[in-house]
Design a binder for this molecule. Structure first.
Ligand code: FAD
Ligand code: FES
Length: 279
């Protein structure tokens, strides 16, 4: 039996500054062993524990898509011990990865329907994975209209800016960006994500919404989606509770009787409404 605590060896191929404030870096990792790569089958919304030898491990959403084989991508904000060690890590360094962990966005259910993705801050990582997955030429026809509303405090804080600019040129996705306050040269929208979601007013008919971002953004966006007619069963969130083992063994991440690491991190609003409000 495979030991779930044993990390797979991976090599840091690329470590680059993602945001203008230099607080978020994006890491591209490649598998050292081909058989590990074949075994690591994941879906958008899942996460992995990244182990920095001698420092510890931390959970991060997988930003790459299963349609982009051969690598895993993570975008990481520098906040403490593991994330600082990662930021300082030279390319070529070996590190470990445990995963894929948790459940994923219900893409089988969303198939044949429209999808609205609402994201803020660095929680955009697994949303990026979802968009890349749907836009892949093998998958695009399986899904209906795709609308993305992605907000950041200022233009320098968006992740994957070049890719967004490319996606905004496509006619099979409506990609709306918004910032909190007007700045010279900005051509996207200005306003907080909940307000912009209300202005864009995506149709809730035959449609799902995936919402990911800081708690305050989620708090004010959920009522807007409900007002637009999205039922709680078709509003999907991802939680980022503190975690340790990531596999339902240690009890660090519990909300009520659910392990966020194993039963989640993806939950519908209908599921969250049945849990104690401690998430
Ligand atoms: C499922 C999941 C997906 C995540 N995806 C990403 C991602 O894509 N990119 C990213 O940058 N981060 C992500 N995080 C958060 C990330 O795991 C933490 O920032 C990381 O564990 C901090 O490790 P550290 O050793 O650097 O910090 P520590 O030295 O352990 O702590 C530094 C500070 O960060 C706080 N902190 C630690 N963990 C969390 C947390 N989960 N939430 C809020 N505050 C925390 C601590 O209280 C402390 O104040 C995710 C978390 C989860 C559970
Ligand atoms: S992190 Fe250990 S049970 Fe969820």
């Amino acid at each position: 039996m495979n030991n779930p605590y044993l990390p797979l060896p991976m090599r840091l191929e690329k470590n680059f500054i993602e945001t203008e404030d230099k607080n978020i870096r994006t890491f591209t990792l490649t598998f050292v062993n081909k058989e590990d790569e074949e075994k690591f089958q994941y879906m958008p919304g899942q996460f992995a524990e990244v182990c920095v030898y001698g420092k510890g491990e931390a959970p991060f959403g997988i930003a790459s898509s299963p349609t982009e084989p051969g690598k895993l991508v993570f975008s990481v904000m520098k906040v403490g011990k593991v994330t600082t060690a990662l930021h300082d890590m030279p390319e070529g360094t070996l590190l470990g990865v445990r995963g894929p962990l948790g459940n994923y966005y219900p893409l089988e259910e969303i198939e044949g329907k429209d999808l609205v993705i609402v994201g803020g801050g660095f929680a955009y990582t697994t949303l990026r994975s979802t968009i890349a997955y749907i836009l892949n030429e093998k998958n695009r026809a399986r899904f209906g209209k795709l609308t993305v509303i992605y907000g950041a405090r200022n233009p320098g804080l968006f992740l994957y800016k070049d890719e967004i600019a490319e996606w905004q040129k496509r006619d099979d996705i409506e990609f709306i960006t918004t910032i909190d306050r007007e700045v010279p040269g900005w051509t996207g929208r200005v306003g907080f994500i909940p307000a912009v979601t209300e202005q864009v007013a995506p149709s809730s008919e035959n449609s799902y919404a995936i919402v990911c971002g800081p708690p305050v953004m989620i708090k004010f966006t959920l009522p807007v989606l409900e007002k637009l007619g999205f039922p709680p069963e078709r509003i999907v969130n991802s939680l980022e509770n503190r975690m340790k083992c990531g596999i339902g063994m240690c009890g660090r991440c519990n909300v009520g009787n659910k392990f966020v690491c194993k039963d989640g991190p993806v939950f519908t609003l209908a599921q969250l409404q049945k849990l104690p409000g401690e998430y």
